[in-house]
Design a protein around this ligand. Structure first.
Ligand code: FE2
Length: 283
């Protein structure tokens, strides 16, 4: 059969595209770059400004529709591997201070309960691995977070975590030890599972723990901010000084959230005590 030259030309053009697509999961099919042009310096600058000003950045529909569906399927298929923890802790995620009683905001116990699968349990073909390693995404995150470089964790558990919160499970009020968190919401529950925060509730660098405000938050005496986030959104949050929590999930739909964890130095593992607490194992 003789093909018209125009068709041959088109076929020759298409074949390499299909091959590339199949072999490498190019990240431009994972990220919705029409709405979130991460390689555009202006977009990065606007994003940085929003994060610096408000302490939080929500990039709507960051994942393409297909990528969101694919990651959601990974989450559902691997939910049975999750390690579940339920613990009490204080807002400061530090051992109690004996100068204060148990009801003082420094020591008041709150509850966190959730399940999680780790980097090594996320299927090797999952788009999450391609996304996590993508240099264009890391460059964008460095620009927005004002970091020189971002590195994966040296251990095989901590870089990518997929969290599950079923009915009644929650993340209690706390301040983060790290300066930033990067998350992707994958599935929203029927009700609850709302991210709430109080910006700049303390000043850790100047050792101002602001017990008065923390107590008011714990006693529900002040209004708190709520983040409007939907499946497929990427959220960057600075939680070292902003007190935050996730309210209990309500209903039969499990909340699923991916945490992309990076270090600012190479070769760093999560501490053994943290791995044992969060994952129930060290490797
Ligand atoms: Fe946190």
């Amino acid at each position: 059969m003789v093909y018209p030259s125009a068709i041959i030309h088109r076929l020759a053009f298409l074949v390499p595209i299909f091959n590339t697509h199949k072999m490498s999961n190019p990240v431009n099919t994972i990220i919705n770059e029409t709405q979130n042009p991460i390689s555009d310096p202006d977009f990065a600058a606007q994003s940085k400004h929003a994060l610096d000003t408000t302490g939080v950045l929500v990039l709507k529909n960051f994942l393409s529709r297909d990528a969101l569906q694919s990651i959601k399927t990974d989450g559902i298929n691997n939910k049975d591997k999750a390690y579940y923890t339920s613990s009490t802790h204080n807002v400061y995620l530090a051992p109690n201070d004996n100068q204060f009683d148990d009801q003082h905001p420094r020591n008041r116990a709150v509850t966190s309960s959730k399940g999680c699968i780790t980097t090594d349990q996320i299927p090797s073909e999952s788009l999450l691995h391609s996304l996590y390693k993508d240099n264009a995404l890391k460059s964008f995150l460095c620009a927005v977070l004002n970091e020189n470089a971002l590195y994966e964790y040296a251990d095989n558990l901590s870089s990518i975590n997929l969290h599950y919160a079923s009915h009644g499970q929650e993340l209690g009020w706390h301040f983060d030890n790290s300066s930033f968190a990067i998350t992707l919401l994958i599935e929203k529950p029927d009700d609850g599972g709302i991210f709430e925060f109080v910006k700049d509730a303390r000043d850790a660098d100047n050792n101002n723990m602001n017990y008065e405000l923390v107590e008011q938050v714990l006693n529900k005496q002040v209004d708190v901010s709520q983040l409007d986030m939907h499946p497929g959104d990427l959220v960057l949050f600075r939680g070292r000084n902003s007190m935050h929590r996730v309210t209990p999930t309500i209903g039969n739909t499990t909340r699923m959230l991916v945490v992309l964890a990076y270090n600012t130095e190479p070769g760093v593992s999560l501490s053994e005590s943290a791995r044992q607490t969060f994952y129930g194992r060290l490797s």
